[in-house]
Design a protein around this ligand. Structure first.
Ligand SMILES: Cc1cc2nc3c(=O)[nH]c(=O)nc-3n(C[C@H](O)[C@H](O)[C@H](O)COP(=O)(O)O)c2cc1C
Length: 322
């Protein structure tokens, strides 16, 4: 498929997730066949003022392409200035976050708060898309709350103002991540616009992925939480879509080996102190559902360096394999 003139090898994408979809994790998902990866959301103001942390978030590896950078903000002028800076980097797509429900973001009228102001969405999309040649996409929710379900209206406005694709998470801001994602609203958006629509929410298995395509007629799907500690989900979804067969889940050995590789990549990227601490959540995801994983997690949370992490994981593997 294509988003504007960017070729995307397949329609199964990794959703942007703050604190999760950093460069090492994106590379692991890419290895498993993921069609398009998104960075964590990056503050437009942060980049505008040259914040060092923001620069790290923007680092992209050549093996990741195509890659979308997700920005958030509410000031059309700052966002278009920022997009011009991104135009000079080797990222492929600029995505604008219009779905983040976090109170500190909403308070600044950013993220999902924009869903309350479709006119402003039009202004932002126009300002950003007219400043750059790279495709500009948006990621929205169903609406702000149950009394304001406006994904279809917002999608039409975004398309008129130059958006190249729209990702829709079928929940309102008020729902955060609770309840079930409404796939019907995604279908309605798909019927209302002619740019590609990316469906998102509650894909936890290859069968879910197939159903989401069938029920919404979307152009692509986006997987978030199900990819945490589970980059294999992309390979399994793609295989199922192509062949109709369900591949087995990876064995504990493969999960542990990947967690260790992930740790090495993270340490190389962020240093040992931060890398080991950030690995704690990843290890708990990799080992979810494995025997005595809770006990392992408690130990991992005290690990201070790679060697300690490796010893704990290998010892654990030996125990569960005996
Ligand atoms: C830990 C976490 C961080 C997230 N961060 C972002 C983000 O930075 N930008 C964004 O648009 N959505 C973010 N989301 C929302 C996801 O992209 C996705 O819309 C949501 O998780 C629903 O998809 P899923 O059911 O496949 O998880 C985040 C979700 C989670 C769980």
């Amino acid at each position: 498929m294509k988003i504007a003139d960017v070729n995307i090898p397949n329609p199964v994408f990794l959703a942007p997730m703050a604190g999760v979809t950093d460069l090492p994790f994106r590379l692991l998902c890419k290895e498993m066949g993921c069609g398009l990866v998104y960075t964590e959301m990056i503050s437009a103001k942060g980049l505008f003022y040259g914040n060092e942390n923001t620069k790290l978030l923007l680092e992209v590896d050549e093996k990741e392409h195509p890659v979308a950078v997700q920005i958030f903000g509410s000031d059309a002028e700052i966002m278009s200035q920022m997009a011009k800076k991104l135009e000079e980097t080797d990222i492929d797509i600029i995505d604008i976050n219009m779905g983040c429900p976090a109170p500190k973001i909403v308070k600044n009228n950013e993220g999902s708060a924009l869903m309350r102001n479709p006119k402003k969405i039009g202004e932002i999309v126009k300002a950003v898309s007219s400043s750059v040649k790279k495709p500009v996409t948006i990621k929205i929710r169903k609406g702000f709350d149950d009394n304001n379900i406006n994904a279809v209206e917002v999608a039409k406005i975004a398309e008129e103002n130059g958006a190249a694709a729209i990702a829709v998470h079928g929940r309102t801001r008020e729902q955060f991540y609770s309840g079930r994602a409404d796939w019907d609203i995604i279908k309605q958006v798909k019927e209302a616009v002619s740019i590609p629509v990316i469906a998102n929410g509650d894909v936890f298995s290859p069968e879910d992925a197939k159903r989401l395509f069938e029920e919404t007629n979307c152009n692509a799907i986006m997987v978030g939480r199900a990819a945490q500690g589970n980059p294999w989900i992309f390979k399994r979804i793609l295989h199922y879509l192509k062949k109709g067969e369900i591949l087995d889940e990876p064995l504990a050995q493969e999960k542990i080996n990947t967690a260790l590789r992930h740790a090495k990549m993270l340490i190389e990227y962020k240093g040992e102190y931060i890398g080991i601490r950030e690995m704690r959540k990843h290890v708990s995801w990799y080992t979810k559902g494995l025997l005595n994983a809770g006990i392992l997690r408690d130990k991992i949370n005290k690990a201070k360096d790679y060697k300690e992490l490796e010893n704990l994981l290998l010892e654990y593997l030996q125990q569960i394999n005996n």
